[in-house]
Design a protein. Structure first.
Length: 118
């Protein structure tokens, strides 16, 4: 992990975190863009300092937990309860990404990037 970075590197990492959050949000309308976002997060996480690493870790967890929740909700649609859970999953996913996006634009790290909630 890099300990000191230049202001242009910091700006580039900030822009990358914002792009990944944007890909995740657009993923709600255009499926599979989230896969591009998670790949970017995995690649960038290794070379970033602590602040951006928290965002990349949060983004990776958002992708995998969101995918797990989507599979569970889809399976529960066969017993009809899943249809009621779709909005809950969508709100969770959107809120998690909006919170991350706000924190990234404010140059604030994610406090608990491994959280399953928000």
């Amino acid at each position: 992990m890099t300990t000191s970075i230049t202001s242009s590197q910091a700006a580039s990492l900030k822009q990358t975190t914002i792009i990944v959050y944007a890909l995740y949000l657009v993923n709600l309308a255009i499926p599979f863009l989230g896969i591009i976002g998670v790949i970017i997060a995995y690649v960038k996480r290794n070379d970033a300092p602590a602040g951006p690493v928290s965002h990349f870790t949060y983004q990776i967890h958002t992708f995998w937990i969101g995918l797990l929740y989507a599979v569970i909700v889809t399976a529960l649609c066969f017993v009809l309860i899943g249809f009621l859970l779709i909005p809950v999953w969508l709100i969770w996913y959107a809120a998690r990404n909006i919170i991350g996006l706000i924190r990234a634009t404010e140059n604030r790290p994610i406090d608990n990037p491994r959280s399953w909630i928000l």
